[in-house]
Design a protein around this ligand. Sequence first.
Ligand SMILES: [Zn+2]
Length: 260
Amino acid sequence: MDFWPEGYRCCVNISFDYDSNSALMRRAPLDIVAQSRGRFAPNVAIPRILDLLDKHEIPATFFTPGWTVDQFTESVEDIVGKGHELAAHGYLHERLAEISKEAEESVFQRGLEAFEKVGVKPVGFRAPYWLISDRTLKLVQRLGFKYDSNMMDSDMPYMLKWRGKETGLVELPVEWMLDDWPQFETHRRSPEAAYAVWKPEFEGLYELGRYFGLTCHPQAIGRISRINMLDKLLTEMKAKGDVWFASCKDIADWTRKKLA
Ligand SMILES: [Zn+2]
């Protein structure tokens, strides 16, 4: 398989859905303890994550609701200042397929306005809960995004054709098994249990020369035992010597060059 830039056998993207307390503000505005868990991200997890990415010299993508940018601006500026990619992820972590057309358009608009404050025009979009409709895909195209990261039908990036038509978007597919939320939040599994799911998936994709995209949430992965596990996994990946670690934007650009 010679899909990737020369010298690289497979590709790894590490992404962080920087939700902070956005979903909780919408779902349970009176529950101040639940919201405090979201603030673990700017307070503790983001500095830890940025140090880890520095240590391994890995670029990452942070899918960030506009709310997070508005409330935790300095933290978001730290991320951008380190050269990581900031990409769109709703405003208050909305369930986009379940709100009105007008409400959905307003979510995108508010998100883009928040990003403007930190000087970023996002080129990528990942929906909260990976929940989108046909309408969402049309909006994403109309707003000029370059890639989408919601589908689960491949473990390679590809040009997204939808209902028989080219969308012009690159798709960077995802999977619940490569998401830290079910591991650590839904099922409260140990770091070792998550490692036991992720490591063989990486090894298999590495052998086949394919794409490993990991989705993490700062408030979940940022606890020290879990970030130490991620550190171990990244160390093993880097030791291969021919893994291309790239942001979603760079992978999307590369995919377009190869396939469009
Ligand atoms: Zn999210």
